[in-house]
Design a protein around this ligand. Structure first.
Ligand SMILES: [Cu+2]
Length: 180
């Protein structure tokens, strides 16, 4: 049943994540961030209520992605929120993410299943080698959500990974493509 979340259906995933995290403290911080001028969900979803109404109502049209018309890139004052599910098992959903050059993104990472995970993001070489100083949030326990904000101002390639013992080797990593 939980495996269903892994299907490549952005709407299902987004709704699941929001349902999971809407009561969490972590998302609260993100919502505050998104409330800054020019960066609320109302504009992106084409609604006018400035909240999750469009997505929770089962709207089949996800927000425009980088490279598409109507895309609104995240900024340092209003990062774009990207939900990520860790597990159950040794993978992230999604396993590929697209960002715009110079965009600031807040990854909202929720662990499914009993294993604790971490989320590291940065240049692919640093992430692959677990280089000290690479941004990460660690010890994300079952049903916990932690957030990490990152600005993609380099040339790439970028990646994300979990380096809990054995997890990276088992496939717990993802690729970030920069466009624009
Ligand atoms: Cu892990």
């Amino acid at each position: 049943m939980i495996r269903d979340i892994h299907v490549p259906n952005g709407v299902v995933l987004a709704v699941a994540v929001i349902a999971l995290t809407i009561s969490s403290v972590a998302l609260g911080a993100v919502v505050v961030g998104r409330s800054a001028p020019g960066g609320n969900y109302g504009g992106m979803m084409g609604g006018n209520s400035g909240n999750y109404g469009g997505m929770m109502g089962g709207n089949a049209s996800p927000a425009p992605q980088p490279g598409s018309a109507g895309f609104v890139p995240g900024t340092t004052t209003s990062p774009r929120s990207i939900p990520v599910i860790a597990g159950p098992g040794y993978f992230f959903s999604p396993s590929t993410i697209t960002v715009a050059h110079d965009e600031t993104v807040t990854f909202v990472v929720t662990t499914m299943g009993p294993l604790s995970h971490e989320f590291m993001v940065g240049p692919a070489d640093a992430v692959t080698t677990d280089l000290a100083g690479t941004p990460e949030v660690a010890d994300i326990g079952m049903m916990q959500t932690k957030s990490l904000t990152y600005t993609f101002n380099g040339s790439g390639p970028y990646a994300y990974a979990c380096h809990a013992k054995g997890h990276y080797e088992a496939g717990m990593r993802g690729i970030i493509t920069v466009v624009g």
